[in-house]
Ligand binder design. Structure first.
Ligand code: UDP
Length: 566
């Protein structure tokens, strides 16, 4: 059984030091220790009576290994991507606080030692059972494991969880399909269950949302913020001078109304090229950045970096986040930064999560090419009074709750095909009895089968079946119904019964490998089941098809979990 831990000393010892990246993580862990302990107490209280199994967990942080070049550590003091460091620090703390048996590996040698592969044996398969229930790593680590576990990698990969900032969609993950259909990238095609990829924000529900935490305020700090907020103070989001390039016009508009502060890294001999009216503090330690944000009214994004932690920190400290809308949205198809990433996700602004899940008055998203719109937004922000806000999924308690649910319930090693596919010897056409019932006053169908299927998480009682419009993904279809797409339910709706429940009037039914199936061809009324379970995809879209979409409810502020998921 796992017991909550409120003391982080053992964890801090294991993380070690010596590299700037590790020191950054340790500082963060120490600073948030009290917050984690309080959250653990509250969650422990709420979960009383739930048995929690203690797992043996290996955390192999691939990008910090010398073998992958460890490109990050030298950049920590220069404003390099700190978001990853924030997330790994929080993941390690979560696993520790949840009471699991944790081993941390930061080199290939440690990885080999942990897995029981003798050094120098290259790709010799690991002998005997895997000594861990779960392995958390990243794409670099995945590659290293494949190299050093030999054949046993295939056998054990269901235990792996990949920390993957931007997400990996099913079409890119399935090797054969990606290769044949132009979805092959440098990252994807690992043939994992896509829920094994864990993202920084809840992008597509095809992946699991891991997240990170935002520092919370106590009552005294809230009062201090109210007292000390400087109404005309703005902080610009951007640790590197390149992020400020070409923004002079916007800065000069903003400067008419507000004092502008920056935290741009610079070397003593070469101050960064930011306008003279900007007060640049240089890259600040996280704690000092928090203090700056507590005073500021506005946090201004210039469009890059995408989807980092800083806007959530600013909103948590009572700032309004003003950011540019991207029109057309940016994606791997039209934008260099996203090119080669294993996702077709369309990024509608610098930080779509804050735009969609938080919104006004905390987040204002406007077209920055329209100076008038920008100026009006600044004027409105000066008039508004905004309270600090953190979505519960970004609090320590929220993260502990979510990751605990994953650890206790997600199992990708169990092979089960709970539902018959077109290959089963069922006759068609015909009108089989449907296990789906119409919900009163709704277009949704609920699952009420009279056949027994293996247990599933999330529980099947949460399933609501919808038919999408053409050219619409299941992500959008479920969202429009106030629900979220749940890929774990696809096997239950990949059936003749689901089509007939939706009154699809199929001219024919076939099973094929296609990441938008199950679906109906709009013109030809042909119905298609999915033949390859790895291709079940919430994200998939096709102009010619209406998709069958499995949706479920979610807890407000904890989108990863349904009401009966705990
Ligand atoms: N940060 C910092 N000092 C600064 C600016 C940023 O410590 O002067 C931290 C910030 O608190 C945040 C992290 O850097 O948690 C990541 O910031 P960002 O959102 O820019 O994401 P990134 O692009 O680094 O992943």
């Amino acid at each position: 059984q796992a017991f909550f831990r409120s003391n982080l000393s053992l964890l801090l010892e294991r993380v070690g030091s010596g590299k700037e990246s590790l020191s950054f993580m340790r500082r963060r862990m120490r600073r948030l220790a009290a917050q984690w302990a309080a959250a653990a107490r509250r969650l422990d209280e709420r979960l009383r009576g739930h048995y929690r199994e203690q797992k043996r967990i290996l955390v192999h942080v691939g990008f910090l290994t010398e073998e992958s070049g460890d490109v990050f550590s030298p950049k920590v003091l220069k404003g390099g991507p700190l978001g990853e460091m924030v997330q790994w620090a929080d993941i390690l703390t979560t696993l520790h606080v949840l009471g699991h048996n944790l081993k941390i590996s930061l080199s290939v040698k440690e990885l080999q030692g942990s897995l029981g592969v003798p050094p120098g044996r290259g790709s010799c398969p690991l002998i005997g059972p895997l000594p861990f229930d779960l392995i958390y790593t990243d794409y670099h680590g995945l590659q290293q494991m494949k190299q050093h576990m030999g054949l046993s990698f295939r056998q054990h990969r269901c235990h792996i969880r990949v920390i993957d900032t931007f997400g990996t969609e099913p079409a890119y993950n399935n090797e054969e399909y990606a290769t044949l259909n132009g979805y092959r990238t440098n990252w994807g095609y690992w043939n994992l269950n896509c829920k094994q990829y864990m993202t920084m924000f809840p992008h597509t529900p095809d992946n699991s949302f891991m997240g990170f935490v935002t520092e919370e305020l106590n009552q005294t700090e809230r009062l201090m913020i109210q007292r000390d907020k400087v109404n005309n103070m703005a902080v610009v989001y951007g640790k590197e001078a390149s992020m400020w390039k070409g923004k002079e016009k916007l800065l000069s508009i903003l400067h008419r109304y507000m004092d502008i502060h920056g935290t741009v890294y610079y070397e003593a001999q070469r101050p960064p090229e930011v306008p003279a009216f900007v007060r640049n503090h240089g890259l600040l330690p996280q704690q000092e950045l928090q203090q700056l944000l507590r005073k500021a009214k506005l946090f201004l994004g210039f469009g890059f970096p995408y989807e980092g932690p800083a806007p959530l920190e600013a909103i948590a400290n009572g700032c309004v986040f003003l950011q540019p809308k991207f029109s057309p949205p940016r994606s791997s198809v039209n934008h260099e930064f996203f090119r080669g990433k294993p996702t077709s996700r369309e990024v509608s602004s610098q930080h779509p999560y804050t735009e969609q899940y938080i919104g006004k008055p905390h987040v204002i998203t406007v077209d920055f090419n329209n100076s008038q719109e920008f100026e009006t937004a600044v004027q409105d922000i000066l008039k508004d009074k905004v309270e600090p806000f953190i979505p519960s999924e970004y609090t320590c308690e929220g993260m502990l709750e979510r990751v605990n649910a994953y650890i206790q319930h997600q199992d990708f090693c169990r092979h089960s095909s709970p539902f018959p596919t077109a290959n089963d010897s069922r006759s068609w056409p015909g009108n089989p009895p449907s296990p789906f019932l119409q919900l009163p006053n709704s277009t949704a169908l609920i699952w009420a089968p009279n056949i027994t299927a293996p247990a599933c998480w999330p529980p099947r009682s949460a399933l609501r079946l919808f038919l999408s419009l053409e050219d619409s993904s299941c992500v959008k279809t479920c969202q429009d119904a106030g629900l979220i797409c749940e890929p774990a339910f696809f096997p239950f709706i990949n059936s003749i019964e689901a089509f007939s429940g939706l009154n699809a009037q199929c001219e024919s039914l076939e099973a094929e490998k296609n990441h938008v199936f199950p679906a109906i061809h709009v013109d030809r009324r042909e119905c298609f089941q999915q033949k390859e379970p790895l291709l079940f995809s919430c994200a998939g879209v096709s102009a010619k098809h209406q998709r069958l979409c499995p949706c479920r409810d979610y807890i407000h502020g904890q989108v990863a979990l349904c009401r009966d998921c705990l």
